[in-house]
Ligand binder design. Structure first.
Ligand SMILES: Nc1ncnc2c1ncn2[C@@H]1O[C@H](COP(=O)(O)OP(=O)(O)OP(=O)(O)O)[C@@H](O)[C@H]1O
Ligand SMILES: O=P(O)(O)OC[C@H]1O[C@H](OP(=O)(O)OP(=O)(O)O)[C@H](O)[C@@H]1O
Length: 230
């Protein structure tokens, strides 16, 4: 048996994950062809690396198809119900930082906080006859956050990308999305509510609580953790 480690298959998260492991003596290599999603690990025995979309790694951990996985803390919380019963967080990796935030049009001068948003939502419904729409791909986290902060009079609109554009395109009045430099929000005339931070995400190493662990896997895991100092 080999211990399966899920790693983001492309982009910044993949590159930085490879760098993080390389700094600890574990070399990860993607197949020669950029388009081929297979990879090798050198420097430690008994580990098989599986390249997966960062957004799919939570599900694979939850279903126990991989023992370990690197992905953003936001997608784990979003994609896994009761995530903390399904995975353990082993270590912050120090990259992939991004904030999941609620943002509204800059022109809404009276709306700076969640309380203001709640009042604006009630007013919006009276004026327009339908609920204020918030576009997001983070449905679970947004719903839980707004519920915990007493905002109820809204409707979530699904947006799987270019979420900041939904306000200009008039398919939503506000958004809940990831920001890192803030450039995309600014370019689309949006501002973050002062108490609108839902989750500060970063890349983490997760361990599945649902995978099967043989004695051999446990021994490999122990050696792996010693090597990584986690
Ligand atoms: N500037 C950023 N923009 C988007 N995601 C970021 C950024 N910085 C870090 N991340 C993180 O990268 C991860 C990407 O998750 P996402 O669900 O978009 O992955 P994916 O499904 O692999 O993406 P794609 O659909 O592009 O393949 C998230 O954990 C997110 O927080
Ligand atoms: O704060 P910034 O540095 O501007 O980064 C934030 C943007 O980056 C991400 O989009 P991405 O490029 O991953 O595309 P997406 O819209 O498909 O999610 C995210 O959804 C924001 O749109």
């Amino acid at each position: 048996m080999t211990l399966k480690l899920g790693v983001p298959s492309k982009g910044r998260l993949m590159d930085k994950t490879f760098d993080w492991f390389a700094a600890r003596g574990i070399t990860m290599r993607k197949a020669e062809s950029e388009r081929e999603y297979s990879a090798t690990v050198e420097g430690i025995d008994g580990i098989e690396m599986v390249l997966l979309s960062a957004g799919e790694i939570p599900r694979e951990l939850g279903q126990g198809r991989i023992h370990l996985g690197v992905t953003g803390s936001d997608v784990v919380r979003e994609r896994l119900a009761n995530w903390d019963l399904q995975v353990n967080e082993l270590s912050d990796l120090g990259f992939g930082g991004a904030d999941l935030v609620i943002a509204v049009p800059q022109g809404w001068v009276d709306v700076d906080t969640l309380d203001d948003l709640d009042a604006a939502a009630a007013q919006f419904r009276r004026t327009h006859g339908h609920r204020l729409r918030i576009a997001t791909k983070y449905h679970r986290l947004t719903r839980e956050f707004l519920r915990d902060h007493g905002v109820a009079d809204y409707a979530l609109v699904d947006s799987q990308g270019a979420t900041e554009g939904t306000v200009k395109n008039e398919t939503a009045e506000a958004i809940s999305d990831i920001t890192s430099t803030g450039e995309t929000l600014r370019a689309n005339g949006l501002k973050i509510l002062s108490d609108g931070l839902i989750h500060s995400s970063q890349a983490r190493l997760f361990k599945s609580r649902n995978a099967e662990w043989s004695d051999e896997d446990r021994a490999t895991y122990k050696a792996f953790c010693n090597r990584l100092d986690v």
